[in-house]
Design a protein around this ligand. Structure first.
Ligand SMILES: [Zn+2]
Length: 397
């Protein structure tokens, strides 16, 4: 099948005017100028007309569990208050609510042109009940703050459920809710099973205060519920993570907003893990400015996520790109589009397979109206509404 569009954006090399992509089954056979492709390939031609054809977008961090919590939690002064509030909201939800929430999240993500999603779920046992409409990495989000003695059992139980999914990984929630043992067990399993790891790190001021100063609202809250606070009062969350982890380059680290001056020296020497930045969730919480330029200059791969709708208004990566450009005036649209395509693919260990249009890549494509005739990356970032055409694995959505 030949798919033609006014502009094809392969994300490697320059955009192609009057371009076409040949899709063979679930794979891209080639990409180039339409006249040449038509000369060399037979088969059905789907002419999308005045459209921009680009790789489907990749959401590197989200929690579809909480799609149903859209608009339920107002921004709070402290992260600890938000945690309390989401716990109240979660206590009202049943298993059926979560299944409905995840399904609603998938359809919303897909409407916004997301074809790959790194989805953290606190309910790995629900994975089998859901048919994913887009390419999904299911990360089991694990917490043992109330029962650290059960860390091994928690991981084991999650893995048994996650193994039924085509693509999965493990997500110890954060250093304040997951024990050192739980992190270590996840790393062991990731090495044995060759799966990915993700976690939340250095997200909030409260987390920094807890680990560095043994103080603050999250410290008080967790002490109150019985967490051992022996790991607090010495170092930053990042320092703790780097000192205690072994497989550092396998991790997708969400957030990394709160960094101490000395953390940058540690990062300069650290293996280059992947960083998922969530611009609108970041704005919702009013975190410290994200050190995008410094982290990029140090060689970290930055990709974008929406986070959950408990701290965001929708699952549009276009809106994330616009928010990032609003915050980072020195960035150009092309770099931001990379963050939701090639960079996301690299984070998921799919460089060359996802996030690009090239021979051998997965046929995950979207098309947007090509109206202005101006800079194509500016047009992509400015797109609002429902993506009119999408394909995952060679199949129209
Ligand atoms: Zn998150």
């Amino acid at each position: 099948m030949i798919i033609r569009a006014r502009t094809v954006v392969p994300m490697e090399g320059a955009p192609i005017e009057n371009g076409a992509v040949v899709v063979d089954g679930d794979t891209i056979a080639t990409v180039g100028r339409f006249e040449e492709i038509r000369r060399n390939y037979g088969g059905e031609i789907a002419d999308l007309g005045e459209k921009i054809l680009l790789p489907g977008l990749i959401n590197a961090h989200c929690h579809l569990d909480y799609t149903v919590l859209r608009g339920k939690i107002a921004p709070h002064d402290s992260f600890a208050d938000w945690i309390r509030e989401i716990n109240v909201q979660k206590s009202k939800l049943t298993e059926q609510d979560y299944i409905a929430s995840i399904r609603a999240g998938f359809s919303e993500a897909r409407r916004f042109g997301t074809t790959t999603i790194a989805n953290l779920t606190a309910f790995p046992k629900l994975v089998g009940a859901i048919t994913e409409p887009i390419r999904t990495w299911w990360f089991g989000e694990l917490i043992d703050v109330r029962n650290p003695a059960e860390a091994d059992g928690i991981v084991h139980e999650a893995v048994e459920s996650l193994k039924t999914a085509r693509r999965w990984g493990l997500a110890p929630h954060a250093p304040f809710t997951a024990s050192a043992r739980l992190y270590a067990r996840c790393e062991e399993i990731a090495a044995q099973q060759n799966v990915l790891l993700t976690t939340h790190l250095a997200e909030s001021r409260d987390e920094m205060q807890m680990f560095r100063d043994a103080a603050g609202p999250v410290f008080d809250f967790l002490k109150e519920i019985g967490r051992s606070m022996e790991d607090c009062g010495r170092e930053s969350p990042l320092s703790l993570f780097l000192r205690t982890r072994i497989l550092t380059d396998r991790w997708i680290i969400a957030h990394l907003n709160e960094l101490a001056a000395a953390d940058f020296d540690l990062l300069a020497k650290a293996p280059k893990f992947h960083i998922a930045h969530c611009p609108r969730s970041h704005a919702f919480f009013g975190h410290a400015p994200f050190a995008l330029e410094r982290l990029r200059a140090l060689g970290f791969n930055i990709c974008l996520g929406t986070d959950s709708l408990a701290s965001n208004s929708d699952l549009s990566l276009f809106a994330e790109m616009r928010e990032l450009l609003r915050q980072e005036t020195r960035l150009v649209p092309q770099d931001v589009v990379k963050m939701v395509t090639v960079n996301g693919a690299a984070a998921l260990d799919q460089a060359g397979r996802l996030g690009v249009i090239r021979a051998g890549a997965c046929a995950d494509l979207i098309a947007l109206p090509d109206a202005s005739g101006g800079d194509v990356f500016e047009e992509i970032v400015a797109f609002e509404g429902t993506v009119p055409w999408a394909m995952v694995n060679g199949k129209r959505l």
